[in-house]
Design a protein around this ligand. Sequence first.
Ligand code: AMP
Length: 338
Amino acid sequence: MEKRKQVLSAIQPTGYMHFGNYFGAVKNWVRLQEEYDCIYGVVDYHAMTMPYKPKKLRENTWEMIFKLIAVGVKPDTLFIQSLVPEHAELCWIFNCFTSYGQLSRMTQFKDKSNQSKEKADDNFISAGLLDYPVLQAADILIYRADYVPVGKDQEQHLELTRNIAQRFNNQVGKEFFVLPEPLFTEVPKVRSTADPSRKMSKSAGEKHYIDVFGDENRIRKQIRSAVTDTGESKTDGEMSEGIKNLFELLKAAEQMDTHNSLMNDYNNGTLKYVELKDAVADALVDLSSSFRERKQELLANKKEVKNQIKASSANIRKQAQETVRQVKELAGLGNVRY
Ligand code: AMP
């Protein structure tokens, strides 16, 4: 029987799962479990690249695990990155196969280092923030992934991963790593409802993300106040980014009948924005309440779930150890041959 393709993806323990994460990536994670061998990580090493609090980081890591299981990710596919320290070891090796210039040109590095400058008094930008995409390449290649379900914001990082894999393969004279491909959802870029010119994101601030597990009233309020017209002049008939985003949210929530009927109204010039907003809010609230309920059930068996994740991390680690053993042998490190 042909070996199933390997899928790998990961999410940072920010404390929140927003609808950008969910519709852009995590919804795909759940679906892909049927067809592929999937491994999904909560990447706590990545969450150290910006200023953080250690106690909060650990809490957020477990919080994200419970949320992922609540939305349908299977516990045996999940691991916590720092329980698999080989990711950091492979990252170091990959650092030596990565161009500094390419790293400094990464859009996310530029965005986040600007945010750091705005927030911190001391202009502190960690080397970890620059190196983040190399650790991400290690996350992906350590499991020899064929496919990576991510949002559009990660396309540039995935390209870097492919460059690193290629450079390593050239160095060792062997097609050791497959070059992974991204898998996008139908909505690969969910926009901030407060500012549709930017992506929905936790790090951009409170109003720029909608929490999947958030309070119903807050979700409704955020959608009610969604920006529909950005003021820029549009050429004839072009839909504004804000309206487009609301329609995409409806589609992502699989409310196609409502989507199509409201789109008809839009095309006829009879759409009332409030009706579109109410439909989006209803759809998001419905999803959110079923996920919250499931999370409460899981929290009733907190200890059991945590033990399950420690065991799955240990199990997944075996694959990572084997890749690193082979990489070290190919790269001329240590005495693995003797
Ligand atoms: P992060 O929270 O940065 O760890 O992202 C986790 C996953 O969510 C990644 O696959 C991202 O590409 C995806 N993601 C984050 N924000 C968005 C967004 N606004 N639209 C679509 N996908 C997103």
